[in-house]
Design a binder for this molecule. Structure first.
Ligand code: MSP
Length: 677
């Protein structure tokens, strides 16, 4: 039995426009998955492409006074350019206007006709061109498309058409999804699908009267095949169906098909598996409907002018930071995968992107590499030393690499990209902590500590080597830049996931390159560049973090009142007012992340005479384990507040270093509950 090809698909995109950050996220997520599977040594087929036979594509070409063929031929390279700039490593790009695809569609149509699954009837009903979807009378509200994201006017269509007997598949679909509960994800969308099917499936109209574009119905050229029937079949065309039996046997069924929530229930989880059942083919192993991106809380739309191009964004980040544009693009990929819980909606803002750039990339990852390399150059001439025996902290760090590497795989297999990055960042944080604890700059002052200094520098650089491989699926250019600075001879492209998991593979004697920050920090206070609106957003970037340090939680929790006034309108506290503040030292005894809020930590703190619960916006900089046992300074008499439904009875104090929160702590250990004066 030949090895199964791990087959991943994105939806194929309508070419009535070019990609924006929203629809680029499916492609980035699929790319991360494809790159990870390749690192695991699997044979991968990652496909994306364009859905060209749609009425709206035809209409836009007409509006531009072009032939539809010329229009699509002109715009498809622009999609490819964006994917190239976004470091998308697809193996196949399918266009539904290709001959190989037309043959597949014609064959499938004929086969389903022969089986009696497609029949002719008169269609009377509503059609939304924007969504390319037929709707029942009962679904249309005030003549408008019922999709809340669309709400455009629907058209009445009354024509002889062909229908796919979808109604006959309801029970089979339900049985299948009940017997194979892992196929549909996430779980809450699976339930939506089951309810949709249980409500009763209607036969689907799969043709339209010919309007000068589309794949003609076999033996009935007055009609064209409905764009969804045509588009879904692209997944079979790519897998080699009817063209290459050997390839198809290895590739089908698809392992993971990703798409947005808008096209999950009706098309990918109902029509598509029913078509496959009708054709006698296996249902994909995983169909996953992710959430939508909004921009600053608003739906992405051309008319609102917020359909930001990923390329423009990366250029903007590059200009603000001075980073290479490929690095900035990787930062955008990182942000998209880190910020959203894949499956749920997420909000995009320049401020949040800059926040992550500075905190996660410049501070955490950048620092781990940069300051270690600087010390290596200072104390060891830039040559990787041979390590000695590791102490406890070093063993904890290397032990963590193996377990987190396994967690990364588990998370990505569950399509939990943000959690996978969380696991990698646990290694990075531990590496930075190891540096703090070992303080190589102090070891360097003592000749007797020379061997220990070697061990520390080696261990951290070997950790960076593992991290470079682990981040490669998310940020391929960043991984390469780290690799180049480490000066490792073996190409990064030949590394496997095991090379990341196994510690100690960095060869002593390796000559590293001159350290150069890969992510120059973005100064959020002196941002002059960027579009007007974006400048405002960048300025905001420094505030949410400032606010969250000085509050129980992040901005949404109405903490603006607590932000300090501007210098020119400085107000003074009287001593009596100051005395009202009950500042105390507290010791963190338990810490966990607040579910669904990746900036928040829920802490239990010991205040000597009592125990309190505090919600702090610290999770970007401190892991729960970093917090446990730590002494912090808190305002103990702040009015309790609920943050994301979790009670918070106090607020921690932290320095705000360009958006990064650095917690205050007493100079030496003091009894919990001690007063701060
Ligand atoms: N052509 C169909 C798909 C056919 S697949 C056989 C289509 N194309 S689309 O261009 O409109 O959408 C492509 C993908 O982009 C969909 O998965 C859709 O959910 C996704 N997104 C569009 N806007 C989005 C956001 N704002 N956020 C996240 N994904 C979004 O539908």
């Amino acid at each position: 039995m030949p090895e199964k090809t791990f087959y991943i698909t994105t939806p194929i995109y309508y070419v009535n426009d070019v990609p924006h950050v929203g629809n680029a996220s499916t492609t980035v997520a699929s790319d991360v998955l494809a790159r990870l599977k390749r690192l695991q040594g699997m044979d991968v087929l990652y496909a994306t492409g364009t859905d060209e036979n749609a009425i709206k594509v035809h209409e836009i070409a007409q509006a531009q006074g072009m032939s539809t063929q010329d229009y699509v031929d002109g715009i498809v390279p622009r999609w490819m350019e964006v994917w190239k700039a976004m470091h998308i490593s697809y193996d196949t790009f399918i266009r539904t206007t290709e001959e190989r695809h037309k043959k597949v569609v014609e064959y499938a149509f004929r086969k389903l006709m022969e089986k009696g699954d497609i029949y002719k009837d008169v269609y009377k009903g509503w059609y939304c061109v924007s969504d390319e979807t037929f709707f029942r009378e009962s679904e249309v509200v005030d003549g408008l498309c019922p999709n809340p994201e669309c709400r455009k006017e629907v058209r009445w269509v009354e024509e002889e058409n062909y229908f796919f007997r979808l109604s006959a598949y309801g029970d089979r679909l339900l049985e299948y999804f009940e017997a194979n509960p892992d196929v549909l994800g996430p779980d809450f969308r699976r339930n939506e699908v089951l309810s949709f099917i249980k409500a009763g499936l209607k036969d689907a109209c799969v043709t339209r009267q010919a309007y000068g574009w589309g794949i003609p119905v076999p033996d009935d050229p007055d009609k064209v095949i409905y764009v969804w029937f045509d588009a879904l079949l692209n997944y079979l065309t790519v897998a080699g169906w009817l063209q290459d039996d050997e390839k198809f046997a290895k590739t089908w069924p698809a392992d993971v098909q990703l798409m947005g929530k808008d096209i999950f229930v009706r098309f990918h989880s109902t029509l598509w598996p029913a078509m496959l059942m009708g054709l006698g083919l296996a249902v994909p192993k995983k169909l996953f409907g992710h959430g939508f991106w909004t921009i600053e809380g608003e739906k992405i739309s051309k008319s609102k002018g917020n359909a930001i191009s990923p390329i423009k964004l990366a250029e903007d980040i590059a200009a603000r930071s001075g980073a290479d544009v490929d690095i900035a693009m990787d930062a955008l990929r990182y942000f998209m995968m880190r910020e959203a819980t894949f499956g749920l909606d997420a909000d995009f803002s320049i401020g949040a992107l800059i926040g992550r750039f500075n905190a996660d990339l410049a501070n955490d990852l950048g620092n781990l590499l940069n300051r270690t390399l600087m010390l290596l150059h200072k104390y060891r001439g830039g040559i990787v030393p041979a390590p000695g025996a590791k102490d406890r902290e070093g063993r904890v760090l290397t032990g963590l690499i193996e377990s987190e590497a396994d967690d990364v795989i588990a998370h990505i297999d569950n399509l939990q990209f943000s959690e996978a990055l969380g696991a990698i960042w646990a290694v990075i944080s531990r590496g930075n902590k190891y540096m703090e604890v070992e303080a190589p700059w102090k070891l360097a002052k003592d000749e007797e500590c020379a061997a220990r200094l070697d061990t520390v520098l080696y261990t951290v650089l070997d950790t960076v080597r593992s991290v470079a491989i682990m981040v490669q699926p998310f940020m391929p250019c960043v991984a390469q830049a780290i690799w180049d600075q480490l000066g490792i001879d073996e190409p990064l492209s030949e590394q496997t996931w095991d090379d990341a998991r196994i510690v100690g593979k960095l060869k002593p004697g390796t000559k590293t390159a001159e350290p150069k920050p890969i992510f120059p920090r973005i100064d959020t206070r002196s941002q002059e560049s960027g579009a007007g609106s974006q400048k405002g957003q960048a300025e905001k970037a420094s505030h949410p973090s400032h606010e969250s340090h000085m509050s129980h939680g992040p901005k949404e929790e109405k903490v603006e009142e607590q932000v300090q006034p501007q210098a020119e309108e400085k107000q003074y506290l009287t001593f009596d007012e100051f005395k009202k503040m009950d500042l105390r030292v507290a010791k963190v005894i338990a810490a966990e992340k607040v579910e669904g809020a990746d900036k928040l930590l829920k802490l239990q703190v010991d205040l000597g005479a009592e125990q309190r619960q505090v919600v702090a916006g610290m999770a970007l900089w401190y892991s729960p384990e970093d917090m446990i046992g730590r002494e912090v300074v808190m305002i103990a008499n702040l009015k309790p507040a609920k943050i994301r439904g979790v009670e918070s009875q106090g607020m921690l104090l932290a320095a705000d270093i360009d958006g990064e929160a650095v917690l205050l702590k007493p100079d030496k250990e003091v009894p919990p509950g001690s007063t701060v004066r």
